[in-house]
Design a protein around this ligand. Structure first.
Ligand code: UDX
Length: 478
């Protein structure tokens, strides 16, 4: 099939490359000439494992080419994947609207227009009329219009495209179902269930999935706060919960919270849109609130352990919103870095992705970036692990402790082994793994913070000299 894909960001480029690899002839179109130049040189404008090989292979055999003009005439299917993120935590539909105005008049009658971008419900509600009006104005008959939301995760986007768990097909306009038949033909190599539904159902099937994932993460983070209060360990707790098939273990990992281009802005925009349209969404408001609280918690915990941050150097390890991407959109690291700087600290950071380091230093004024994790930690009064890149989990912590001014670590991803870190000489803090902190002489001790438990701790604190270093979690049972 001849397919044109408009918009060569994460979603569009992955879609184009995978469709080409399935044997289709794909034209990828983007208005951004710089991006096209990069692609034509055989490079990928962002980091996505395996994508460069897929693009190179298919471009070499003529199944994939790139152009700035939206070459839709003659295509058997037109896929639109233009960005709808406004770069500021919200949605924008200007790119989508101007793209539709440009391409819709030129699409051959009978060729389906397949929209993969995530759009706000109020835009979906008028999408059918919108496309029809553009066609009528151009003096052309209607075309099939379908939504085909993507469920791809950055870092595993190719796997998620070629082995999806379901394909959702939302009908905007497809009276004889020929558009849907052609879309199903495109997905012929896939064995996953194909679910046909209305356009609004499809939009909410996508939105609902992301809102639920965000809710699971904030739930785990709320649980972590309770674990801190009462002296339980959240990892053990969610592991036991995850065995329950009604719950499942995925997306229950407590930490600094969710970032990226989808989860934070879709929660925020749903709350905001609901408010405008008179729908109260208290659960999602709480999800958002908890997610912000996680970022602030890293800073307050470091302040508790270090004292005033003025003049102290703090190291940040990991800048991208998760490993295996160079994406900094709504990355927790940026908030944490800004707050630490505001508290007077000098912040030195490292991320395995060079492009992320360069971009972060431009985005956060005063943030220093270095090209080695040990250089970030040397002379620091504390270090915070923000992204669980494998390279960062493999750090030689004994060496790091020896080179730091004060070996204090906040594990923002609950990704390190507390015992190993404490054996290496660190004061270790995380989410729901240890409790709160108290200075006693030159030592710092952790203890549960709930008042009912604290009374017992206060008694034991008097006996501190006999306690093993930094292991006050054992104090409760002492
Ligand atoms: C997400 C959806 O998963 C995907 O289906 C959709 O198409 C786009 O949005 P992505 O943004 O790539 O994908 O990231 P994802 O892997 O979902 O992680 C989102 C954030 O949640 C990351 O910051 C991650 O670190 C965080 N997270 C994830 C947690 O804090 N805890 C978890 O248990 C899981």
């Amino acid at each position: 099939m001849n397919v044109t894909v408009i918009g060569l960001g994460y979603v569009g480029l992955v879609t184009a490359a995978c469709l080409a690899d399935w044997g289709n002839v794909v034209v990828g179109s983007d208005r951004n000439r710089q991006r096209l130049d990069v692609l034509r040189r055989g490079e990928i404008p962002f980091h996505e494992p395996g994508l460069d090989a897929l693009v190179t292979r298919n471009a070499a055999i003529g199944r994939m080419r790139f152009t700035s003009d939206a070459a839709v005439a003659g295509a058997d299917a037109v896929v639109v994947a233009v960005g709808t993120h406004d770069g500021n935590g919200g949605w924008q539909t200007i790119s989508m609207q101007s793209c539709l105005e440009e391409i819709v008049p030129r699409i051959s009658t009978g060729t389906p227009l397949i929209i993969r971008s995530t759009l706000p419900p109020e835009y979906i509600a008028h999408l059918g009329e919108n496309v029809e009006a553009i066609r009528t104005q151009a003096g052309r008959s209607p075309i099939p219009v379908l939504l085909n939301p993507e469920f791809t995760r950055e870092g595993s986007a190719i796997h998620d495209f070629v082995e999806p768990e379901r394909i959702v097909i939302g009908t905007v306009h497809d009276p004889d179902e020929r558009g849907a038949a052609r879309l199903k033909e495109l997905y012929a190599p896939v064995t996953a269930p194909m679910l046909n539904m209305s356009a609004m159902d499809a939009a909410f099937a996508k939105l609902g999935a992301n809102l639920f994932l965000a809710t699971k993460i904030s739930f785990a983070n709320e649980l972590a706060a309770l674990c801190d209060a009462y002296g339980a360990r959240v990892d053990t707790v969610v592991q036991a919960m995850g065995y329950d098939s009604r719950i499942g273990a995925a997306f229950l990992h407590a930490g600094v919270g969710f970032g990226g281009s989808c989860l934070p802005n879709q929660v925020a925009m749903t709350v905001e849109g609901g408010r405008r349209d008179g729908v109260h969404t208290p659960l999602l408001e709480a999800v958002e609130h908890i997610n912000h609280r996680q970022r602030a918690h890293v800073v307050t915990q470091i302040q508790q352990m270090v004292g005033s941050l003025a003049g102290h150097r703090i190291a940040l390890l990991g800048l991208t919103f998760k490993p295996n991407t160079d994406d900094l959109r709504d990355a927790p690291s940026l908030t944490v870095a800004s707050e630490l700087l505001r508290a007077g600290a000098e912040v030195v950071s490292y991320d395995p992705m060079r492009s992320a380091r360069d971009q972060a230093s431009r985005l956060v004024r005063g943030l220093r970036v270095v090209d080695d994790p040990y250089a970030a930690m040397a002379g620091s009064s504390a270090v915070a692990l923000i992204t669980d890149w494998p390279e960062l989990l493999a750090i030689d912590w004994r060496r790091a402790a020896a080179e730091m001014d004060r070996p204090i670590l906040f594990d923002g991803r609950n990704a390190l082994d507390p015992d190993e870190l404490m054996d290496a000489g660190f004061v270790y803090a995380a989410f729901g793994r240890m409790a709160s902190w108290r200075h006693a002489g030159d030592r710092i001790y952790a203890f549960p913070i709930a008042a009912s438990v604290r009374r017992r701790v206060a008694e034991v604190l008097d006996e501190l000299p006999v306690l093993p270093q930094h292991r006050l979690t054992t104090i409760d049972s002492a």
